[in-house]
Design a protein around this ligand. Structure first.
Ligand SMILES: Nc1ncnc2c1ncn2[C@@H]1O[C@H](COP(=O)(O)OP(=O)(O)OP(=O)(O)O)[C@@H](O)[C@H]1O
Ligand SMILES: [Mg+2]
Length: 249
């Protein structure tokens, strides 16, 4: 007998209710529906958060590992993989585990324009911590960060497959429809997850999606949350000289 998404969800919901607890039943049913339809699922509790930082308690703000010296003690910094409007991105190897990471450096000291006061720093750090809570196959994972007087260093999962922009250029500017559909679905899943957490990325473009590896089937990940916006985090994003006028409101 073929199972539709609704029938699967209804059956699971009934089973969960029998075990007691309608909230669990709804969550199980929702997750089953999402799985059957092939879309991302977020727990209702998380979806209703007003701000991505909600639920990040002060005692959880522990993932700042130090400054540049501590970073160098932990990682062997290998070389540049990219440079953008805000800073540079370098490849690095974790000295203990050998895992490859991407380290994005955002200058914040006297040479940087992104953050100028302690208040802005703390807002930015709360946003960074909130981003660390975003775990999704189509969003680059932010593992930890370092900061000192000059810069913020974000340690991310390393994606070796290049950007979507580069892939488009290699293919003469367009992808065959079946491939484009797979790419678009992954882009939307990443964006949906951000929105479910109250976070607007505000800089969606092929340059800000990278492939996890060179594999044809490699998953696509959203990067570069430098302009992202939650309801309580505005000032460091609205000061950028390259913002489009409509983003300054
Ligand atoms: N996690 C990563 N793994 C591999 N490469 C990455 C990663 N993050 C960024 N890059 C590379 O570095 C480039 C710049 O990164 P990013 O977009 O985050 O910086 P940016 O300074 O905000 O750039 P811009 O504002 O111009 O978009 C990317 O286009 C990509 O080539
Ligand atoms: Mg970018």
């Amino acid at each position: 007998m073929a199972w539709t998404a609704q029938r699967l969800a209804a059956a699971l919901a009934g089973r969960a209710r029998a075990g007691g607890g309608s909230r669990t039943a709804a969550a199980v049913a929702g997750a089953a529906c999402a799985a059957a339809l092939g879309v991302a699922w977020c727990e209702p509790k998380r979806r209703l958060q007003k701000h991505p930082s909600e639920g990040v308690r002060q005692r959880d703000l522990i993932r700042c590992r130090g400054g540049w010296n501590e970073l160098q003690a932990t990682y062997d910094v290998l070389g540049a993989v990219g440079r953008g409007g805000f800073g540079r991105v370098q490849r690095a190897r974790h000295r203990m585990t050998g895992l490859l990471r991407a380290i994005k450096t955002v200058p914040t000291g006297q040479h940087g324009e992104a953050v100028s006061s302690e208040e802005e720093w703390s807002r930015m750090l709360i946003e960074v911590e909130a981003l660390m809570a975003l775990t999704h196959p189509n969003i680059v994972q932010l593992h930890e960060y370092y900061r000192d007087a000059d810069a913020l260093y974000m340690v991310e999962e390393y994606c070796s497959g290049g950007t979507l922009e580069q892939r488009l250029q290699q293919r003469g500017g367009r992808l065959p429809p079946p491939e484009a559909a797979v790419v678009l679905r992954q882009m939307l899943r990443g964006v949906l997850c951000c929105h479910a957490h109250g976070l607007a990325h505000r800089d969606l473009k092929p340059d800000n999606f990278v492939f996890a590896s060179r594999d044809e089937e490699a998953s696509l990940k959203l990067i570069d949350f430098g302009l992202s916006l939650g309801p309580n985090v505005k000032s460091h994003t609205a000061r950028c000289a390259r913002d489009a006028p409509e983003m300054r409101t």
